[in-house]
Design a protein around this ligand. Structure first.
Ligand SMILES: [Zn+2]
Length: 127
């Protein structure tokens, strides 16, 4: 955090704003937690533990929506959509729906996820 969210004063790694005296320790703590959860999400992804990766990324983004977290979210959604389509092609509807449910925690308004979910529902009804 470069500036105080209260008065916009420039901060130099201070916990207390030099202008308005706001205590910024909670905000700084949540930023550090967001970074930690993003690292955990990336590590789970590298270990192919995608469910845990998504859950860790959701926590990270709730703490602070950084550009890196948003880019990683886009990457995860693209990668997981490919995986869900692969499951659907193999008629593994339940695992596909479970993965989609997990992914929709990450980005409930993703058009791509909604379209694949509708397609999965179509296959489910017509199975
Ligand atoms: Zn301030």
């Amino acid at each position: 955090m470069d500036r105080c969210p209260g008065c916009n004063a420039r901060l130099r790694r201070q916990i207390k704003c030099p202008r308005c005296q706001a205590d910024l320790s909670e905000i700084i703590g949540s930023e550090l937690s967001a970074q930690m959860w993003l690292s955990i999400a990336i590590q789970y992804s590298l270990d192919s533990k995608m469910g845990q990766s998504v859950e860790a990324l959701v926590i990270s983004i709730r703490l602070k929506k950084t550009k890196l977290a948003i880019v990683f979210r886009g990457f995860l959604i693209m990668q997981q959509c490919q995986y869900v389509l692969h499951l659907l092609a193999q008629k593994q509807l339940l695992p596909a729906k479970q993965r989609l449910y997990n992914l929709r925690l990450l980005f409930p308004y993703s058009q791509q996820l909604r379209q694949i979910n509708l397609f999965a529902d179509y296959l489910w009804v017509n199975d």
